[in-house]
Design a protein around this ligand. Structure first.
Ligand code: SF4
Length: 466
């Protein structure tokens, strides 16, 4: 008789083996038994938090006389991680709102005119929050001037102050702007100075606690100001600037980043302050992804539900910067993690905005434009694919949310574009077939009229005017 031992019998094995065994377990009796096992395993997987967002088809296979289970098919059902709502002025951040796009100015904050002009360019490019550095109290005061000038000119986009090493600047900025980012790694100075730099010179528990209490005192005072002015806070941990104390105890590890953040989160809970957004950033994309995943796991364990800000720091410029950001931010978005994003490029800040929206579109977490599913073409393509794509794009770029497939041939085209709402598929020399979803509704029509015909179909079914 077939038996399932326990969760330790949970293996992934190759497709071929699975297919081979699938042939053997087709009898209805075994299939029925498998159904029960499926339920059993689902429960274990959910309880152990091995799966959250995945729809899983489990296949049961006989392997050396024991039943093992394989995750045969993973299909993502997108579910955003549930968070509480944080308000930066009139902009809500969290799972009840669209994922927000933000960027950061690179002007001198004391140059009010240049900062206001750059802010306007960033806002007009689509930024929903804009950040300025406030390295000292003068810059924090300047933020007040930038803020009122923007409001005078009719721009209500929330402003975020970026603070390092200067709690006094944070306290001033919190009175003017909608959100303040602080870095737990440098919010207060290390009491140990430089003498603990060597990892062999460990902080004693007393020293560790002494410094934590100093941080607590400063942070609580800052939170009181934020409460009074309804200012949101981002606890922004950077891999490269962990405190001496955290480095000494945890090293520059994802755990060190998470613990650095958690110290402040626990204080927020004690002080009944929930207007907190969190970020853990690193220039190492893989480390950043792992740190954020660990953070989310620990937050679940401690019942924290703060929204997350995602970003890869020092990502670079051009294609490199864009790909790094897409991988780091996109991987987490695909997990359902992330409520606001910043793409950091060594370019003009307004260049970051289209990249951010493209990452959101590619992860299907925020749809802002038409999506095209087109093949790379090959020897089977019998028309000028690039010209047709350009023509269809020119006519449909305004149809945000619509997915249009443009495929070179009938052999693979319909299957590969199965996700599309409408499709244009090469059907032979000079012939095209048009699809609505998976259904072919115009077969082998002349290529010269095909784009116009596609537009007629889209207009008819979407009830729109081109
Ligand atoms: S869809 Fe057809 S034409 Fe396009 S790449 Fe695939 S096989 Fe080639």
């Amino acid at each position: 008789m077939l038996t399932v031992d326990k969760i330790t019998d949970f293996f992934c094995i190759t497709d071929d083996f699975c297919k081979e065994f699938a042939k053997k377990i087709k009898t209805p009796k075994i299939a029925r038994r498998c159904k029960n096992y499926e339920l059993f395993f689902f429960n274990i997987l959910f309880k152990k938090k091995i799966i959250h967002n995945f729809f899983i088809s489990l296949h049961f296979i006989l392997y050396h006389g024991r039943i093992v289970v394989r995750l045969y098919h993973l299909q993502l059902i997108f579910m955003r991680r549930k968070t509480n709502a944080v308000w930066a002025g009139n902009v809500g951040i969290g799972s009840d709102f669209p994922i927000r796009v933000q960027t950061m100015a690179n002007t001198d904050t004391n140059d009010i005119e240049a900062s206001v002009n750059q802010a306007i360019r960033m806002i007009e490019a689509g930024a929903e929050l804009i950040r300025f550095t406030a390295q000292g109290v003068n810059e924090a005061e300047s933020l007040g001037l930038i803020h009122s000038e923007l409001r005078k000119r009719g721009y209500i986009t929330p402003i975020v102050a970026d603070i390092h090493f200067n709690p006094a600047a944070a306290e001033i900025a919190a009175q003017y702007v909608e959100k303040v980012r602080i870095n737990p790694g440098n919010f207060v100075k290390s009491i140990a100075g430089t003498k603990k730099k060597s990892s062999s010179q460990n902080y004693t528990d007393t020293e560790f606690e002494q410094e934590r209490l100093l941080l607590r005192k400063k942070f609580v005072h800052f939170l009181e100001i934020c409460k009074k002015h309804k200012t949101a806070v981002r606890v922004g941990v950077n891999h490269g600037s962990l405190s001496e104390r955290m480095m000494n105890r945890y090293g520059d590890t994802p755990l060190g980043m998470v613990e650095s953040c958690f110290e402040l989160l626990r204080i927020c809970r004690e002080e009944d302050f929930d207007q907190i957004v969190i970020s853990l950033k690193a220039s190492n994309t893989v480390l950043m992804i792992n740190a954020v995943r660990l953070l989310v796991q620990k937050m679940d364990e401690e019942n924290f539900h703060f929204p997350l800000h995602l970003g890869v720091t020092e990502a670079g410029d051009g294609e490199d910067g864009r790909i790094k950001s897409a991988v780091g931010i996109g991987s987490l978005l695909a997990d359902g993690i992330g409520d606001t994003i910043r793409v950091s490029l060594s370019e003009n800040p307004e260049n970051e905005i289209p990249v951010a929206f493209n990452i959101l579109q590619a992860t299907r977490t925020r749809i802002t434009k038409t999506e095209y599913i087109s093949c790379p073409s090959c020897g089977r393509t019998l028309f000028d694919l690039q010209r047709v794509i350009a023509k269809i794009k020119a006519k449909t770029a305004h149809l945000a949310g619509l997915k249009i497939g443009i495929m070179g041939c009938i052999v693979n085209g319909p299957g590969e574009m199965a996700d599309a709402d409408y499709g244009y598929v090469g059907a032979g020399r000079g012939k095209v077939s048009l699809y609505k979803g998976k259904t072919c509704i115009e077969r082998n029509i002349p290529e010269k009229n095909a784009v116009e015909k596609l537009m007629e179909i889209i207009e008819k079914y979407e009830k729109i005017k081109n």
